[in-house]
Design a protein around this ligand. Structure first.
Ligand SMILES: Cc1cc2nc3c(=O)[nH]c(=O)nc-3n(C[C@H](O)[C@H](O)[C@H](O)COP(=O)(O)O)c2cc1C
Length: 444
C-alpha cells in the first residue's frame, strides 16, 4: 500500500523532471548540476562546502581515494609446464625476517605486518589491544604508531614495533627496551612527508596522558622535524645511536617522494636495518586532502625506485624493505614482494577487516570509524575479542592465498619472489620496472 502511494506521488515528479532535463535549454535545465559535478567532481564540491563552513584545513579520514599505483596492470607468472608448480603446499614457507643482520632479528610467520597506527593520535586503546592480539594470533607484528608503548598492548602483542616519533613520546631507554624493533618515523605517505599537528589537552584522557607523560593541560604536538634534529647528519647520528644501544632491528620510515634517491642516500649513511617506504596512497586517521591527494609519490613507484637504488649501490642486502600505502589484497602483497619488498605494512584494510560486521552496530547513524577512533562515540560497543579473531582470520586467509599463488608460481618461499615473476600490460611500466611486457613474446 505504502509503495503504491509513494509511486503515485513520485510518478508526476519523475515525469516533470524527465521532461525538464530532456526539454529545457540551459541555463534553466536542472541537469546543469550533472555537468558541474562532472567538471568539478563530487568530492571537490563536497569538500568546497566543508571549507566554506569551517574556514579551516579539512581533515579527511583514511587517506587519499586517488590510487595512482597501477598494480592491476601487473600480473604474476605461473609455472605449469616448461617448469612445474610446487608439488605440495606444505613445502611452502611464508616466514619473513626483518633486520637479518641485527643481533635480535624480527622473525615473523608471514610477510604482512600491522602498520603504525597511534593509540591516542588515532585509535582507541581497546582497538590497539585487539590489533595486538589479532596480529599475535597470526604470528606477525603490530606497531605503536606515533604514540608510546601502552603496557596493555605490549602484553598482548607477540611482536611490537615501536615508532621513535616526532612527538617525542617513545624515546626513553625504558620504553625502547620494550620493543622487538624500533622505527624512526620521519614521514608518512598520507601526508606526503611530515607536518606538525597538535592534539589539544582537552582531548587527551588520563590513561593517554600517563602513557605519553603529559602534564594536565599540556597539549600534545607532533612536530614536522624530529626533536633535536636540524640536519640529515643529526638523523644519521640518531639512528646509529639507537643501533648501538639496542639489539633489535632499527629502521627508518619515510614517505615516498620524488627525492627518494636523495633520502635513501642519507639512510644508506646510517647503520639502519630496515626501510619503510610509505606511498601516496597511504592511509591515516585524518589528514588534509591536499597532502593526501597532491603530495608524495605513489607506492609502486616509490618501492621500485628504492629497490633499484639499493641494488645499483650494491647495498640491497643491508636493509629489509617494508612497503606501505594502499596495499589491501594478497595480490598487492605478492606483487610488492616480487618488486623487491621483504614485507608489507597494512593499515586501512586491516582496520576494516578487523571491525568486520561490527560496523552494523553503528551504521547508519554513524560512520564505522566511531567504533575504533580514540575519540570515537561508540568505542564501548566494540567487541575486542571479535576484532582480534576477525583480523587473524583476514591475515590467515591472505596467507593461504599467498601460498596458493606461490604454488602456482613454482616457489617454496616468499623470499624467492622476484621481478622475473611479473609481467605487465603497460609498456612504460615494463621499461620502468624492468619486467616483461605482456604484448611481446618471451624468448627465454
Ligand atoms: C588509522 C591510521 C592511523 C595511522 N597512524 C599512523 C602513525 O601514528 N604513524 C605513522 O607513521 N603512520 C600512521 N598511519 C599510516 C600507516 O602507518 C601506513 O603508513 C599507511 O596506513 C599504509 O597505508 P594503508 O592504510 O593504505 O594500508 C596510520 C594509518 C591509519 C589508517
Amino acid at each position: 500500500m505504502m509503495n503504491w502511494i509513494l509511486m503515485k506521488l513520485m510518478n508526476p515528479l519523475a515525469d516533470n523532471f524527465t521532461r525538464a532535463i530532456l526539454n529545457q535549454d540551459y541555463p534553466t535545465n536542472p541537469a546543469e548540476i550533472i555537468t558541474v559535478a562532472d567538471k568539478l567532481g563530487p568530492r571537490a564540491i563536497i569538500e568546497a562546502g566543508m571549507r566554506a563552513q569551517t574556514g579551516k584545513a579539512l581533515q579527511r579520514p583514511f587517506g587519499s581515494p586517488v590510487v595512482r599505483s597501477p598494480w592491476d596492470q601487473i600480473l604474476l607468472n605461473s609455472r605449469q609446464l616448461f617448469q612445474l608448480p610446487t608439488e605440495t603446499l606444505d613445502e611452502i614457507s611464508t616466514v619473513t625476517v626483518i633486520g637479518k643482520a641485527a643481533k635480535k632479528p624480527l622473525k615473523l610467520d608471514i610477510p604482512i605486518m600491522i602498520t603504525g597506527m597511534s593509540y591516542g593520535g588515532s585509535l582507541s586503546l581497546k582497538m590497539k589491544m585487539a590489533l595486538a592480539e589479532g596480529s599475535a594470533m597470526a604470528g606477525t607484528s603490530t606497531n605503536t604508531g606515533e604514540s608510546a608503548v601502552a603496557p596493555e598492548t605490549r602484553a598482548l602483542a607477540k611482536y611490537l614495533v615501536g615508532q621513535y616519533n616526532r612527538g617525542g613520546w617513545l624515546s626513553s631507554r625504558e620504553q625502547l627496551d620494550l620493543l622487538d624493533a624500533i622505527e624512526v618515523q620521519l614521514g608518512q605517505g598520507a601526508f606526503g612527508g611530515a607536518v606538525e599537528s597538535t592534539m589539544q589537552s582537552g582531548s587527551t584522557g588520563e590513561h593517554l596522558r600517563e602513557t605519553w607523560h603529559l602534564q594536565e593541560g599540556e597539549d600534545a604536538t607532533v612536530r614536522a622535524r624530529m626533536p633535536g634534529v636540524s640536519s640529515p647528519r643529526d638523523i644519521i647520528d640518531l639512528v646509529n645511536k639507537l643501533k648501538s644501544e639496542h639489539d633489535v632491528p632499527v629502521g627508518v620510515k619515510i614517505a615516498a617522494s620524488d627525492f627518494i634517491e636523495q633520502d635513501l642516500q642519507v639512510i644508506a649513511d646510517t647503520q639502519a636495518d630496515f626501510i619503510v617506504i610509505d606511498g601516496a596512497e597511504g592511509g591515516t586517521a585524518v589528514a588534509p586532502p591536499t597532502l593526501e591527494d597532491d603530495v608524495g609519490l605513489p607506492t609502486l613507484y616509490g618501492l621500485v625506485r628504492t629497490v633499484d637504488w639499493l641494488e645499483e649501490h650494491r647495498i640491497r642486502d643491508r636493509f629489509s624493505i617494508i612497503a606501505a600505502g594502499g596495499l589491501c589484497t594478497p595480490g598487492h602483497f605478492l606483487k610488492a614482494l616480487a618488486v623487491g619488498a621483504d614485507a608489507v605494512y597494512i593499515g586501512t584494510i586491516a582496520v576494516l577487516a578487523a571491525v568486520h560486521t561490527q560496523v552494523a552496530k553503528v551504521i547508519p547513524e554513524a560512520v564505522p570509524a566511531q567504533l575504533v577512533l580514540y575519540d570515537g562515540k561508540y568505542t564501548d560497543k566494540l567487541d575486542a575479542k571479535q576484532v582480534a579473531t576477525s583480523l587473524a582470520n583476514f591475515l590467515n586467509s591472505c596467507t593461504e592465498e599467498i601460498k596458493l599463488a606461490l604454488q602456482a608460481l613454482g616457489k617454496k618461499s616468499v623470499s624467492e619472489l622476484s621481478r622475473e615473476d611479473l609481467v605487465t600490460t603497460n609498456k612504460d611500466l615494463a621499461e620502468f620496472m624492468n619486467i616483461r611486457y605482456a604484448g611481446s613474446p618471451r624468448m627465454q
